[in-house]
Design a protein around this ligand. Structure first.
Ligand SMILES: *Cc1c(COP(=O)(O)O)cnc(C)c1O
Length: 393
């Protein structure tokens, strides 16, 4: 049993943190669909605007439903402050725009979400912020890529779609020895499986669209970290530039957090079973899942994560033709690029999520034409195996 005054456990925080009941004594968290807030007098308005008196002014800055989501996610990640954003991409953009200036340099894993690569190259690049890309697992390559102008190290672990695992503690040490911040996109694990801040990372990024929602309904994102970094630089950008989360979406994510660890356990269990099964299929050349002993960073994943996640990728023999044939044969899996849904999704990264990269960038990232990604949902796992067997035969 817990000590009477000890910090609440993860699941208690997931259900309870951040709720502030109104005078109505509602049990479930309310949605506040309001763009602005009223003041008792002209003097009260002036005090609110000047910052002399804390409180809500306008929902681009703060909203009570959004704040409940922020407080709950901050508690789950073990961060001082969370800022919710309109999407995962705007969480990454708000962090970079808030923290960096022209002339600064980023070192990034080359195994990151396709749009993040485009954001770094095409948009931050346009404003004089350069990015060097390195192999996720090669700590020496990260060290060699750091320059005097480097301010951020950026990674996703496990990565999309190849589930490569980065050593968060080692890269946090490297970052801090060089006066840089380590930013970790924690989309694939969520705090239910991995807490990057406790391993030394400075900022955690989320696409709330994925497992935090868990049922594929809303687009949203979040940035978690210290008050000084997230509360100042990132929130400062958000309130002025405006990629704010809507109160309705915040409410959906808030309810998603309440079942997060139960859902993650189920995703992990089914993904492990599916990965084992895929390994035994003749039409499958290679399976990428951190839970398999054959995964190159299996040991690291076992140390750093409490379980191995819900994403399984595999290479089919026969390149794009075979991959598309497999995808076109499914009747249960949804052909869509989203992930983290109760519904299993199947996608061909080379022609969808990573289709806008050049063939050279794709080759560097290890995205072959025969690669298929499955984000394992909550259906009966035997049905999923049977569904894939149809197109492998
Ligand atoms: C989806 C995703 C993003 C972008 O999030 P959006 O909510 O779609 O903007 C960023 N990183 C990872 C790992 C993702 O899967």
């Amino acid at each position: 049993m817990r000590e009477k005054d000890s910090t609440p456990g993860f699941d208690t925080l997931a259900v309870r943190a951040g709720q502030h009941r109104t005078a109505e004594q509602e049990h479930a968290e309310p949605i506040f669909p309001t763009s602005s807030y009223v003041f008792e007098s002209a003097a009260a308005a002036a005090a609110r605007f000047s910052g002399e008196q804390p409180g809500n002014i306008y929902s681009r800055f703060t909203n009570p439903t959004v704040r409940t989501f922020e407080e709950r996610l901050a508690a789950l990640e073990g961060g001082e402050r969370c800022v919710a954003t309109a999407s995962g991409m705007s969480a990454i953009y708000a962090s970079c725009a808030g923290l960096l200036t022209s002339g600064d340099h980023i070192v990034s894993s080359r195994s990151i979400f396709g749009s993040t690569t485009l954001l770094f190259n095409n948009y931050l690049g346009k404003f004089g912020i350069e990015t060097s890309f390195v192999a996720q697992h090669d700590v020496d390559a990260w060290a060699r890529a750091i320059r005097p102008q480097t301010r951020l190290l950026f990674l996703e672990t496990p990565s999309n779609p190849l589930t490569e695992v980065a050593d968060i503690s080692a890269l946090a040490q490297l970052a801090h020895a060089n006066d840089c911040l380590l930013v970790v996109d924690n989309c694939f694990c969520t705090p239910a499986l991995q807490r990057p801040l406790s391993l030394g990372a400075d900022i955690v990024i989320h696409s709330a669209t994925k497992y935090l929602d868990g049922q594929g309904r809303c687009v949203g994102g979040a940035v978690v970290g210290s008050e000084a970094i997230v509360g100042d630089a990132v929130y400062g950008f958000l309130r002025t530039c405006g990629p704010t989360m809507s109160p309705f979406n915040a409410w959906v994510f808030l309810k998603g957090l309440e079942t997060l660890s139960l859902r993650m356990q189920a995703h992990c269990r089914s993904a492990a079973q599916l990965a084992q099964w895929l390994q035994q299929q003749p039409g499958v050349d290679r399976v990428f899942y951190p839970g398999l002993a054959s995964h190159p960073q299996h040991e690291l994943a076992a140390r750093q994560q409490s379980d191995f996640g819900g994403i399984v990728s595999f290479e089919v023999a026969g390149g794009q033709v075979a991959a598309w044939k497999l995808i076109d044969a499914v009747r249960i899996c949804s052909i869509t690029a989203n992930l983290g849904d109760a519904k299993t999704t199947i996608t061909h990264p080379a022609t969808t999520t990573h289709g806008r990269l050049t063939p050279e960038q794709r080759a560097e990232a290890g995205i072959s034409d025969g690669l298929v990604r499955v984000a394992v949902g909550l259906e009966t796992v035997d049905d999923l195996c049977a569904d894939l067997a149809r197109g492998l035969a």
